[in-house]
Write a protein that binds this ligand. Structure first.
Ligand code: SAH
Ligand code: SF4
Length: 378
């Protein structure tokens, strides 16, 4: 392991402090921060407006050390998936999804996840550790760099709209990769603050979305710390179904969750919460579930994003047929909601929602990996 300080771990205030301890003035921190994040430069020698003596000093004690790429796959639809090395036996995944008017990066926050949602491949693998700031922001740093290299080689072409909205390939970030971002609160907030920083990536709060399974006290903390756009993994119209597929519901049931969502909206960059709803055949996809959901969401300004279940080996679940998803959507639309069906992207390279598995050395002592059994139909 390198002894040098990894500058990717530092927000601008932390970098300023760290450089002050080396006897350097605050404006040097700004310059260095811009070189690293705005311009994507890792070599100190290339940072020409820094004094030569500072560059030499930095070479001795610091480095820009993003997680190393273990593999890179490109899907037929342009989606790119990276597997990053995050230490002995552990890998995390990051996915880039190009669309007409934006380029979205799906970023991981933990190695695995401890919350054990029954339909999620990451959850099934258990948990190893939280990612550090540099490993989170490093995913964005590397993605922009690699995508620009691919563009230069003609392997990836950016659509005009995207070029107009952002000088970099990644114009939007969703914290929807491996892990529960709110359970790695400090590092995730620091990394997101760098995404928003005008001297770094300059993304607006609307373009950074955090998805949570509903860690209620941390939703409240996020409201005060850094209210980015919020997506909530609801996946059920009532507590009985939700608790069976998401153990976290026992700690923070739906009523408490919706209350926290309403409070969050006081400061959110958008005037609705996005509720994600993975469609699981025979579990939560019946027309009466759609009606129950419509009633439930009267309590919160909401947009619903229906996600076709993405299968993985031995998940025990099946995808709801498309016409049934459409029917579910229609019920919500008729009730006056905005309801979309998420397009499945990158499933030929296992990059779709819930398929991110990476490599996780599980360190959790789990009682037992409880297999999901559908409830008997009455
Ligand atoms: N831990 C956070 C963010 C990561 S998961 C959360 O749970 O919100 C990103 C989204 O993918 C969540 O809505 C999650 O419920 C969904 N998801 C998980 N497994 C899935 C699967 N097999 N198919 C489709 N979506 C899945
Ligand atoms: Fe964790 Fe989210 Fe997967 Fe649940 S859905 S196990 S919270 S990553």
């Amino acid at each position: 392991m390198s002894e040098r300080t990894n500058l990717l771990d530092f927000t601008l205030p932390r970098l300023t402090e760290w450089l002050a301890a080396q006897g350097e003035k605050p404006f040097r921190a700004k310059q260095l921060f811009q070189w690293i994040h705005q311009r994507g430069v890792a070599e100190f020698d290339a940072m020409t407006d820094l004094a030569k003596s500072l560059r030499e000093k930095l070479k001795d004690i610091a480095e820009v050390r993003p997680p190393a790429i273990l593999s890179e796959h490109r899907s037929a639809d342009g989606t790119v998936k990276w597997l990053f090395d995050v230490g002995v036996g552990n890998g995390i995944e990051t996915v880039f999804i190009p669309e007409d008017d934006r380029g979205t990066l799906c970023v991981s926050s933990q190695v695995g996840c401890a919350l054990d949602c029954k339909f999620c491949s990451t959850g099934r693998q258990g948990f190893n550790r939280d990612l550090k700031v540099g490993e989170i922001i490093g995913q964005l740093w590397v993605a922009n760099k690699r995508l620009l290299e691919m563009e230069a080689q003609g392997l990836s072409s950016r659509l005009e709209g995207n070029t107009a909205t952002s000088p970099k390939p990644v114009s939007n970030v969703v914290m929807m990769g491996m892990g529960e971002p709110l359970n790695n609160f400090g590092p995730v907030v620091d990394a997101m603050s760098m995404m928003l920083d005008d001297l770094a990536y300059g993304l607006s709060r609307r373009r950074v979305t955090l998805s949570t399974s509903g860690v209620v006290p941390h939703i409240r903390k996020l409201k005060d710390a850094l209210p980015v756009a919020l997506a909530v993994s609801l996946h059920a119209p009532n507590d009985a179904i939700r608790s069976r597929i998401m153990p976290i519901n026992d700690a923070y049931p739906i009523a408490k969750l919706l209350e926290a969502c309403n409070d969050y909206l006081e400061v959110a960059p958008r005037d609705f919460i996005t509720f994600e709803y993975v469609m699981l055949k025979g579990v939560n996809d019946a027309p009466e579930h759609a009606r129950e959901l419509a009633k439930l969401l009267e309590a919160v300004p909401a947009k619903v994003n229906l996600i076709p279940f993405n299968p993985f080996p031995e998940s025990g679940f099946e995808r709801t047929a498309h016409d049934r998803v459409k029917l579910f959507q229609k019920t919500l639309l008729d009730a006056g909601y905005v309801a979309t069906i998420r397009r499945t992207r990158g499933d030929d390279i296992d990059a779709a929602c819930g398929q991110l598995a990476g490599q996780v050395v599980n360190r959790m002592k789990r009682k037992d990996v409880v297999r999901f059994h559908p409830a008997p139909r009455t």
